[in-house]
Design a protein around this ligand. Structure first.
Ligand code: C2O
Ligand code: CU
Ligand code: CU
Length: 528
């Protein structure tokens, strides 16, 4: 521990270092946990300009990745952001809104001091358009993106994907929403009288560490590389423990776990009791039917689309989105069951109870719309006669690296090859002595066929004989695989038909794991 004098001295040196350092946020700053905020900051919602600003592109965009001072609501610290000028406004990490069928065109300009590239997480596009690290650009360079938006309506995510620097750049701020809209969803929002930015709200959930002067700190040690870097505060749209005033009506919340490593188990509570939520969508879009849930797991990279109905509640009541206690199952080092979180370093235990967002019910409004029974055409259980691949997730104790089928990432290799453009079954098998891994596939959405050997806290949420959870019932791009568990997925490589040979990534979306090599290329052969 430091006495106050030493503390200030070191703080001063570190602050000076920042002015001259060639890289941002040197990891040697003094650590001291600042006191928690108590729901006094209004939730940042997308406005026509500024951070998370709403942007419906009318033509090509220029996205400049750079450090912006004083932008982060939680700390006034600099953060990294994508700066875009559009229609006379300046936006940072804009919330992009596109119609299905529209052409998306953007130029990334690298204003950082290191390589970068943008990945459009979940969106269908040719591999050169979705941020493969072999296409990363150097400082001062630019990269052109142009692809038609073929996905149906869903809440997607964009973030950097340079080799070995994905976690750091995402953590320091480069991340945003990419929303696709279509007629089906428009009908839903009309039926429920939802308005984006007011009653239909995106929530970017990210945990961060701050030092005593309020600067973001990204400094994973060797253990963090294995377990993931956990923050001590959870930010929603960049604000620490924010609040939102709501009225007696229905709201739509689109939750995105943009944390590098933290898994959440989220529910809405009033007076310590769960308030029902209706799950209407996941990563790749709307479910066929709405499902009432009380809570759900949300791992890095995943999205859930939830409705909360306050029409029968009384103004004056407070509601909290909070993390519900669970076993984070960090069983990578030993077999000790039920460890509540990492024992090392400053942390907010992953499996503990903590609130992240307060909703104050302040206004009365008359509201009587009903959630439709049918949201989307249902996807039939896919044909499973195609090729089967197994991806085994385990720790190489000797190298202290997580591996897929014993391998770590090699830019030039493609250990998985899709020969035929049809449906394949990919089975993700997590070792017993492991931790949960959110597995993500680039380029293609997939369906979950089954979960086997799930831990009790997961099995208890299953809704069908295949062991699937409500959140497994829509199209996915990221799926959490628990220790000992096997998740079977079906990936349709025939759609969409990027005709040429493709080189996509499959990786763990615990971004510390990804950067340390828990990632493989897979090749999809050209259509003959
Ligand atoms: Cu959102 Cu390859 O990652
Ligand atoms: Cu992705
Ligand atoms: Cu992992």
């Amino acid at each position: 521990m430091f006495n106050r004098r030493e503390f200030m001295h070191l703080g001063g040196v570190a602050a000076l270092g920042l002015l001259t350092a060639s890289r941002l946020f040197p990891p040697n700053r003094v650590w001291a946990q600042r006191p928690p905020r108590e729901f006094t900051y209004p939730l940042p919602v997308p406005n026509p300009k500024g951070l998370w600003g709403l942007l419906k592109p009318q033509g090509p965009l220029t996205m400049l990745a750079k450090e912006i001072p004083g932008l982060l609501p939680a700390g006034q610290a600099p953060m990294l952001a994508y700066q875009v000028e559009h229609g006379g406004a300046v936006l940072y990490n804009p919330t992009l809104i596109l119609r299905q069928g529209q052409i998306f065109e953007a130029k990334l300009v690298n204003g950082l001091a290191e390589p970068t590239i943008i990945h459009w997480h979940g969106l269908d596009a040719d591999w050169r358009q979705t941020g493969h690290p072999s296409y990363q650009i150097e400082p001062g360079e630019s990269y052109p993106y142009r692809f038609p938006v073929t996905n149906r309506a869903a809440t997607f995510f964009y973030h950097p994907h340079p080799h070995g620097l994905t976690a750091k750049q995402t953590y320091l701020g480069l991340a945003g929403f990419f929303l696709v809209q279509d007629d089906q969803e428009q009908t839903l929002n009309d039926t429920l009288d939802l308005e984006f930015g007011r009653t239909d709200l995106p929530l970017m959930i990210q945990d961060k560490r701050f030092d005593s002067t309020g600067w973001l700190q990204y400094a994973p040690n060797d253990d963090d590389v294995i377990m993931g870097y956990l923050g001590t505060e959870v930010l929603i749209n960049g604000a620490s423990r924010p609040f939102l005033e709501v009225s007696t009506r229905l709201y739509r919340f689109r939750l995105l776990n943009g944390s590098t490593a933290r898994v959440y188990n989220l529910g809405l509570y009033r007076d310590g009791k769960p308030w029902p939520l209706t799950l209407i969508g996941v990563d790749g879009g709307l479910l066929s039917t709405p499902r009432e849930i009380s809570h759900c797991f949300l791992s890095p990279g995943e999205r859930v689309d939830l409705l909360a109905d306050f029409s029968k509640a009384t103004p004056g009541q407070d509601f909290f989105f909070q993390n519900i206690p669970f076993d984070p199952m960090h069983r990578e080092m030993d077999h000790s069951p039920g460890a509540a979180g990492h024992a090392h370093g400053p942390s907010l235990a992953e499996g503990s109870a903590y609130p992240i967002l307060k909703l104050l019910l302040t206004k009365k409004e008359s509201y009587s719309r009903k959630i439709p029974d049918k949201l989307n055409s249902s996807s039939p259980r896919p044909d499973q006669s195609g090729e089967k691949k197994t991806l085994k997730l385990s720790l190489n104790h000797h190298q202290r690296r997580w591996t897929i089928n014993g391998l770590t990432y090699a830019m030039k290799d493609a250990p998985l090859v899709v020969d035929k453009r049809g449906v394949e079954v990919w089975e993700m098998v997590n070792a017993d002595q492991s931790m949960p891994h959110p597995m993500h596939v680039h380029g293609y959405l997939f369906q979950v066929l089954s979960r086997r050997n799930s831990p009790d806290q997961v099995k208890g949420l299953a809704v069908d004989r295949f062991g699937r959870l409500p959140t497994d019932l829509g199209l996915k791009d990221t799926i959490l695989v628990w220790p000992g568990e096997t998740v079977e997925t079906a990936i349709d490589f025939s759609s969409p038909d990027y005709p040429g040979e493709q080189l996509f990534l499959v990786h763990c979306h615990n971004l510390e794991h990804e950067d340390a090599g828990m990632m493989l290329n897979f090749k999809v052969k050209a259509i003959p």
